[in-house]
Design a protein around this ligand. Sequence first.
Ligand code: NAG
Length: 151
Amino acid sequence: MKISLFFVSFLVLLPLSLQDPIPKVKAPSRAHAELTSHGFPIGLLPLSVKDYYINKTSGDFSLLLHGTCKITLPPDNYLATYSDKVTGRITHGQIAELRGIRVRAFYQWWSITGIRSSGDNLVFEVGVVTAKYPSKNFDESLDCEGTRASS
Ligand SMILES: *[C@@H]1O[C@H](CO)[C@@H](O)[C@H](O)[C@H]1NC(C)=O
């Protein structure tokens, strides 16, 4: 009797223990949810998005932020700036005709013109030049710098 009861509770509890112990990070806004539904991590956008519009047919989107935004991207600490308006066209695994995101690297500012998802990596396009980074670097959506008291 004792044993069978133990066995039953074991079977009942087993599915719970098999669940992912780390809850999935909830997308902070519709714009972030749009990223994940197209195969991109939410960290490509700053945390706070003011307004967002997408044409579901063409994938053309425009995104309004609360002013220009500066973020230091881990792990290499590249400085990225977002204009208060970011536009582009998103389809599964691909963001094209991107405008409004610049990254500082090699002592120069580069406008990111497109982003592709390729396996576990993101391929950033600057015109015809590309740079590849692990997608997991962008799993977290960061606050714009200067919007919160920093240590
Ligand atoms: C959305 O995109 C489609 C295809 O490019 C276009 O025909 C349509 O007019 C667009 N809708 C709006 C509201 O811009």
